[in-house]
Write a protein that binds this ligand. Sequence first.
Ligand code: PMP
Length: 359
Amino acid sequence: MISLADLPLRDDLVGQEPYGAPQIDVPIVLNVNENPYPPSQVIRHEMAAAIVSAAGTLNRYPDREALGLRGDLAAYLGHGLSAENVWVANGSNEVMAHLLTAFGGPGRRVLTFTPTYSMYPEYARNTCTEYVTVPRHPDYTLDADLVLGAIAEHRPTVTLITTPNNPTGTTVDLATIEAVLEGSDTLLVVDEAYQEFSSGPSALELLAKHPRLIVSRTMSKAFALAGGRVGYLAAAPAIVDACRIVRLPYHLSAQTQAIARVALAHSDELLAQVRSLAAEARAFEDWARGRGYEVIDSESNFSLFGRFPDRHRVWQDLLDRGILIRETGPAGFLRVSAGTPDEMAILRSALDELSPPLE
Ligand code: PMP
């Protein structure tokens, strides 16, 4: 038997572990900001029919440009966008990997503002891009001075702003994003994975005026399609062309393209839960504040609350009651995704049972 230590693993990967949130089979799963509502029977049957139809051509490679799906995504986004403005891959994880493969690499930097999404350092590492972080303000917000100061200091090729941010749920307004675009020449990726849950406007509004802006989105959250693995970006066609250079050939399977197009054809039904999920998260935050927890203002489908002297113990106590949430974010905080009303009621009772909830 050969072990990892015997293999010529890249030097910078030695000692690294595969990263990911625990996948544990418990009744209430609220740890990875998924949508708790599965697709309806009607949508499931249409997806199945679309896959049967795609299966009839599985001897052939899929459309490597995914032009039909990119056109549907452009129509969903609006703002005068067309297929040539959109790039699509296996989750926005892969979109980000394409961006850093094309624009990062040895000798280049990507800048993010912490605390933020825990996968960004992995995309940077995998693409041999230097990962630079600058802390957000103490209330986890960003303003143009902070961002432009960090860009002037670190000279990143790519800057990443996440809004609503994961894990804090805090947003960055369009005036700040516009000031960053006007005050620097960085490629600015605005990760809007949770935008549909927010009441604020999308950075898509700025695309026509700012060719260095890239807006990243996903179907994993609002479209309840995490298992389908579909993420996408909207940008100038030249940015899309750069992604097309580095993508693996035929990266998006025929089945993935087929089910994503069915989901988009039913966007009204799938997006109908977005408002109620955001409301469920806000209601949990109100409840938590009422119980004396510290809660960060979120505009997403998840909440960050604390501060627990021993958050791991609380995480474990909840898991022992069949509830999986996420141990992430600033010290002492836990993150919980909005579930169904029943799931959230069970979570609230469980938190009340923990004795004492806050020490
Ligand atoms: N960006 C952010 C901020 C996220 O929180 C996530 C998922 N947790 C992603 C991107 C990636 O999502 P996906 O690959 O499922 O599209």
